[in-house]
Design a protein around this ligand. Structure first.
Ligand code: HEM
Length: 377
């Protein structure tokens, strides 16, 4: 069976220019990735450090976990932006894939709710009980960490199944109920699944490393100088580990997905591929410079390092987008779709986006503005 038969081809035109859709999909995913990385790898790192990291490890564990409810709220809301644009321009392959794996896909919500509660229980426990956190609250934190890693895996599963139409007919036949699918499929047989999952985890460790330093520079004025110099050393070590992880997972991803990746190595796309591979070098170099000078960075330098990591995630998001288009092209050429721009909804989206971004920025400003009491958590 031709997998293309499972994609609706009689499509209405898309309601916004395709460059606009791709721009906001990539921008939205980059913004989602920052907080998502902090709960994806950050919670596990914080929990381990809280138990095994000595005095400063405990401080970082406490800090990140008390910030986590806000980080989760930001990240989940920011996930809506790319979701919106996936649905606008990629609805046909997106829904085909997520219907075939419907139970797994819906499970994201079922897992996210207890994960959210777990984070709250741990975080509020730290505020009320301090270091004497009850065993129940500790367990809730660990359960949340594991659930969030599983949710990440389900996302990778869904997004990789979406670009793997060859797997669909078989998944459909296996769970066929009088022509309808039972939705029990999964992309587990796809060799790119695990490297892709590992790649995002590697990036997430890097983002957590940068947050450790950024938080120490911007929000931790109540902590000691020793904590700050500890955070610089650990940030650099953690970032180095994440870079090695990223390189190994990235290489495996390229090898397992070579059929599509070979186009990523043609000119001029190869320049983007190289940039994506080398991008983590910049935050690493900036961190290394500080470590070598034995000097804790100023707020400005810490912001520069954070910006460099945002660049790493941004370039990665652009590459993912280019690759997604390449993978789908044989069955679904998104760039060739007709457009009939609907200016009213487009303007409403832009207004809502700017208002939302403004409110979020204002909320962050309330925390960091001069004259505020030091953000203890
Ligand atoms: C419930 C609110 C969430 C929404 C609406 C959301 C939305 C999205 C969307 C639309 C993408 C794909 C972006 C694209 O390809 O352009 C994505 C990717 C991803 N999300 Fe989220 N997300 C949410 C929560 C989470 C949670 C709780 C996790 C847990 C770790 C997570 C982890 C991931 C990962 C790992 C990817 C990358 C998957 C891949 O393509 O390899 N997200 N998210």
């Amino acid at each position: 069976m031709d997998p293309g038969q499972l994609i609706e081809t009689n499509l209405p035109p898309i309601p916004a220019p395709i460059w606009f859709v791709q721009l906001f999909k990539v921008l939205g995913f980059t913004l989602h990735a920052v907080p998502m990385n902090l709960w994806y790898a950050g919670i596990l790192i914080a929990l381990v450090l809280y138990v095994r990291g000595g005095e400063h490890g405990q401080t970082f564990g406490r800090r990140l976990m008390t910030q986590m409810p806000i980080i989760l709220a930001y990240g989940i809301n920011l996930g809506i932006v790319p979701l919106l644009f996936v649905q606008v321009a990629y609805a046909q392959p997106f829904y085909s894939a997520t219907i075939l794996m419907a139970w797994h896909w819906l499970m994201i919500i079922a897992l996210l709710i207890p994960a959210y509660y777990g984070v709250y229980l741990y975080s509020f426990g730290l505020r009320s009980d301090g270091p004497g956190l009850t065993a129940f609250r500790r367990a809730a934190g660990w359960v949340a960490a594991v659930l969030l890693v599983v949710i990440g895996w389900l996302f990778v599963n869904g997004m990789s199944l979406m670009v793997n139409p060859h797997a669909w007919p078989e998944l459909w036949k296996r769970a066929d109920f009088y022509g309808a699918t039972l939705g029990t499929g999964s992309n587990i047989a796809d060799a790119t699944l695990w490297p892709r999952w590992l790649l995002m985890l590697g990036l997430a460790i890097g983002t957590t490393a940068v947050w450790l330093l950024f938080d120490a520079a911007w929000f931790a004025s109540a902590e000691s100088d020793q904590y700050r110099s500890w955070s610089l050393t650990l940030s650099w070590k953690l970032y180095t580990a994440s870079m090695v992880w990223f390189a190994v997972a990235g290489t495996l991803y390229v090898i397992t997905g070579w059929q599509s990746f070979k186009q990523m190595f043609g000119f001029p796309t190869v320049l983007l591929t190289l940039l994506t591979a080398l991008a983590p070098g910049l935050p690493w170099l900036l961190l290394f410079r500080q470590v070598r000078a034995g000097q804790f960075p100023s707020r400005g330098v810490a912001a520069l390092i954070a910006l460099a990591q945002l660049g790493v995630l941004g370039v990665n998001a652009i590459s993912r987008q280019v690759l997604q288009n390449i993978e789908l092209k044989p069955h679904f050429d998104v760039l060739a779709r007709q457009t009939a721009t609907q200016y009213g909804p487009l303007a409403m989206f832009l207004i809502a986006f700017l208002l939302g971004a403004g409110v979020m920025t204002w909320m962050i400003w309330q925390i960091v503005r001069p004259g505020q009491p030091a953000a203890e958590s």
